[in-house]
Every structure is written in structure tokens, then in C-alpha cells.
Design a protein around this ligand. Structure first.
Ligand code: VGL
Ligand code: ZN
Length: 259
């Protein structure tokens, strides 16, 4: 990016000057940093992503995220928390209390963790749902943000997945788009234009959130090395979807120069 074309080149210092004194003044980016679900259950608890097929270590996102919090001057900082009631539809141990839609290929007895089944949705429509171990139950240890994650002053927490009958991967909407979290109104209040997204799990909640941010029209930047996920093929699909929808994928060492 420091080369304009073959011969005209800007030094890093000249580019930084242009960025800060011309481009930013015209474009007026307002940045929001969205740290998704860095909670005990996904790192070492019941839904530890290290036990999923990609076998990634969720704890590894904490150090680079803390470093960004220490070094980058974001205009707003959000932490999301997966925050389920005990009877949540995504918990495999609640399956016996619920009715599967006729089109589901497995029976309640056969269904395994990580399988996808079809429930009768709240609006009477069939509702696809992946089954997870019980996780992030409201007010439990597993639902707490990991103790090593820095929580900065004046940041905002967003709770999702609170409706027992609908799951919520995106921090914007539940999976059926029935209800919004408070994120949109909070972003509007701050006049945010650019959303920096990272956290757990890359191919579940981080991906769904990035896609929704793009669909609303935010410039969306996914910070690759601050994410860990469940399934390698799905992580790659997430990257491709974000790029196809005009999002940007960078590493954390590139963030400071953009904000
Ligand atoms: C998540 C599975 C189930 C996530 C939440 O935060 O990515 N994954 N619930
Ligand atoms: Zn969940």
C-alpha cells in the first residue's frame, strides 16, 4: 500500500501523514472493536474448542486481543457473551424435552453432539439447530469472560442467546432474525463506521457476526490471528464468505495503522 504505482512511492512516514491528515479527515472512520465470546466454556469448559475437530486452543486469542486493547485507540469496545438459560434449545441434554420437526433425519435418541437437527421454530417454521454440549449458562463460571482477558473501562457488554427457543450466533440478531441485541443501537449512538471483529468461535459466532455487520453496511475487518474455531474447513469457508461480501481480513499487527 505504500506504492502508488511503478515510480511514485510514499515512505511509511509520508503515508501515515496522508492517512492521518487527509484520508481520515475526509473519511472520518469511527472504529468499534468487537470481542466475541472469550468465555471459559469455549476455552477450557464444556464446549472447549480444543476438543472440536480443528483442535485449536481458544486461550491463544487472549494475548493478541489484550495487546490491541493496550495499543490501539478504538472509539468503542464491545464484549459479547453467549448467555443461555438452562432450558436452551442448543443443549443436547434438553433434546428429550423438545419436539423434532418431522423432516429431521435422526430421532431424539440417536442425535449426537454437533449434529444438526430440525425443531418446530417459534414461528411454526422448521428451524435448523446444531446441538452443542450445555455451555455458557447464565451466571455460571463457564459463561464468565476468561480471567486473563483484559476488560477495559467504558466498554459495553452484549448478551446473546437469552431466548430459550432460538439460538444466536451473530451478536446482531438471533439465528431466526426475530430479535436484535442492543448492539445496533449502541453502534449508532457512537456513529461507528468500521467494525473490527475477533474472538471465538471463528466459524460460528465470529463468522455470523462479521456477515451481519457487512449486511448492515459497516466496513468490517476480521482480525484473523485473534480468532480460533471449531472446524478447519468451516473456518476457511468463513474467510471466503467475508471476502466475498467485501470484508477485509488482516492480522492484529496491521490494526494500529488502520484505526
Ligand atoms: C458459539 C457454539 C454455540 C460461539 C456459541 O460463541 O461461537 N458456538 N454457541
Ligand atoms: Zn451457545
Amino acid at each position: 500500500i505504500f506504492d502508488i504505482d511503478g515510480d511514485a512511492k510514499l515512505s511509511r512516514e509520508e503515508f501515515t501523514f496522508c492517512w492521518n491528515n487527509w484520508i481520515k479527515v475526509i473519511v472520518r472512520p469511527v472504529s468499534a472493536f468487537l470481542i466475541i465470546d472469550v468465555q471459559n466454556d469455549f476455552i477450557s469448559g464444556s464446549l472447549s474448542i480444543s476438543q472440536c475437530s480443528a483442535q485449536q486452543n481458544g486461550h491463544e486469542v487472549i494475548e493478541p486481543i489484550n495487546h490491541l486493547l493496550d495499543t490501539v485507540n478504538f472509539d468503542a469496545i464491545f464484549y459479547s457473551l453467549d448467555w443461555h438459560p438452562s432450558d436452551h434449545v442448543s443443549f443436547i441434554d434438553n433434546l428429550s424435552n423438545r419436539t423434532l420437526h418431522d423432516s429431521t433425519s435422526v430421532s431424539s435418541e440417536e442425535a449426537q453432539t454437533y449434529d444438526t437437527v430440525i425443531f418446530e421454530g417459534p414461528n411454526g417454521q422448521p428451524m435448523k439447530q446444531r446441538l452443542w454440549p450445555r455451555h455458557c449458562v447464565q451466571d455460571s463460571w463457564g459463561a464468565e469472560l476468561h480471567k486473563d482477558l483484559k476488560v477495559v473501562e467504558n466498554s459495553i457488554k452484549i448478551f446473546k442467546g437469552t431466548n430459550p427457543d432460538v439460538d444466536s450466533y451473530s451478536v446482531f440478531w438471533d439465528n431466526k432474525k426475530l430479535t436484535q441485541t442492543t448492539l445496533v443501537s449502541q453502534l449508532e449512538q457512537k456513529n461507528a463506521t468500521d467494525i473490527y471483529v475477533c474472538g471465538l468461535a471463528y466459524d460460528v459466532c465470529v463468522g455470523a457476526t462479521a456477515v451481519d455487520a457487512l449486511s448492515i453496511g459497516y466496513r468490517t475487518i476480521l482480525i484473523d490471528d485473534c480468532c480460533r474455531g471449531v472446524d478447519l474447513a468451516d473456518i476457511e469457508k468463513t474467510r471466503n464468505t467475508v471476502i466475498k461480501n467485501h470484508g477485509v481480513i488482516i492480522n492484529s499487527n496491521q490494526v494500529k495503522a488502520m484505526v
